[in-house]
Ligand binder design. Sequence first.
Ligand code: PCA
Length: 306
Amino acid sequence: FQTAQAAEWNMPVPYSDAVFHTQNIKEFAEDVNKATNGALTIKVHSAGSLIKHPEIKNSVRNGVVPVGEFLLSRLSNENPVFAVDTLPFLASNYDAAEKLWKASKPKVAELLDKQGLMVLFAVPWPPQGLYTKKDVNSLDDLKGVSFRAYNAGTETLASLAGMVPTQVESPDIPQAFATGRVQAMITSPSTGVSSKSWDFLTHYYDTQAWLPKNITVVNKKAFRRLDKSVQDAILAAAKRAEERGWAMSRSETDAKTKTLADNGIKVAKPSSALNDGLQKIGKTMAADWLEKAGADGTAVLGAYKN
Ligand code: PCA
């Protein structure tokens, strides 16, 4: 490998061009390109067009691509610590989410390091709310509803609420609703807007349940092959991307909630009965998580609560 030659890196990401995460990553790529005077060009492939979401992490691990982004909690089958940011109501605003990321990052980075991966940055989605096609006053109204899940946590939550979960990648949401495969989902105002949810549903309950993060990782071997100056440029751009991404996410929350309402979706706070029901599910999931996550989980929660 000639590190002195201009290199091009392909970077798969799961979400579409309309999503702020993708826009942030395109700016990251642009920053690297500029800072290295074109010595490294990162080409972003959005919406799972190069590699499908479930394959992105292992593709970076195996060196099929040098860098990529994915939803961190998708790795919960490898270690529950990866999914601490999807426990309902553990950290449901930005300040708490930031604390939780600080508390969990060392363990997340260590686990990924063992797979030859280095964390570049992580950025949260806005707080997660419930989208439906009818009034929902309590969990009773959700019984038997088919539910779009995006990770194991949302699948568990749906089952505990008596719903019937199906995994659907976010670019496929409109199709899944249009064909009647699903009738409800929990996701951010951002995803509600990028999928034009007003075309196929009517209600948004602002439950502020958790802030799941996307993470961008690089293959360590590919990184080491770069000149030191290029490595430094990537790390500096990654630091900026993390700060910019969190700021974008914060300002998205209100703006995109308003867009939902402007397009005719009934935006409401959850009733106390609905909130109580979801809180109860959150407690069940947290207890189950702690049992599975063992000493690592206890350590992460301890660091978070301090
Ligand atoms: N959007 C992604 C994950 C969480 C979110 O807000 C999705 O719905 O797939």
